[in-house]
Design a protein around this ligand. Structure first.
Ligand SMILES: [Ca+2]
Ligand SMILES: [Ca+2]
Ligand SMILES: [Ca+2]
Length: 174
């Protein structure tokens, strides 16, 4: 059973992902979201950007396939997100969200060590409105093993925790 905060965050997700504001989530919304993220991360035209676009559309295809429609209205989206992601916990986030997070990491990981340093993360945090000391604090909170870098697993956990109402860092936007 979803808590109020979880439900609010799924509502927020619906509103955010309905990029053209027509009250349904469709493929065009995810295409636009991916393009915007690629633009904010200054990654246009790179192989990693193409992979990020594929990952976003893969996430859409997963949800649309489970919903049985490629035009999800609010109720359909909330139901399918609860069923495919939230209620399945770690397995749901791993199946649906992790490929997108991995693709984001591939875009950001300029030195190719497979993780995201504070410098590499700064573009992403700035894109969600976190800069300076606030960004530093958010980075430390996300770096749960204190290694000084963010792994794909730490970032997937962070997105999960935000949607479960356990942190206040809206990595996928607010
Ligand atoms: Ca839409
Ligand atoms: Ca790196
Ligand atoms: Ca770490």
């Amino acid at each position: 059973m979803a808590t109020t905060k979880q439900a609010d965050r799924l509502e927020e997700r619906f509103r955010l992902w309905d990029r053209n504001g027509n009250d349904v989530i469709e493929r065009a919304d995810f295409e636009r979201e991916a393009e915007d993220i690629i633009g904010r991360l200054n990654a246009e035209g790179t192989p990693a950007a193409a992979e990020l676009r594929r990952a976003y559309l893969g996430m859409f295809d997963h949800l649309a396939g489970a919903a049985g429609t490629d035009r999800m209205d609010r109720d359909q989206f909330l139901r399918v997100a609860e069923q495919e992601i939230i209620s399945r916990g770690d397995a749901g986030f791993a199946a649906v969200v992790q490929p997108t997070i991995q693709a984001m990491v591939n875009v950001l990981d300029r030195d190719g060590d497979g993780e995201v340093s504070p410098e590499e993360m700064s573009l992403w945090l700035a894109a969600i409105g976190l800069e300076g000391d606030v960004a530093d604090r958010a980075f430390r909170e996300l770096d749960t093993d204190g290694s000084g870098k963010l792994s794909v697993g730490e970032l997937v956990d962070a997105v999960r925790d935000y949607h479960l109402g356990r942190n206040e860092i809206p990595l996928l936007g607010r």
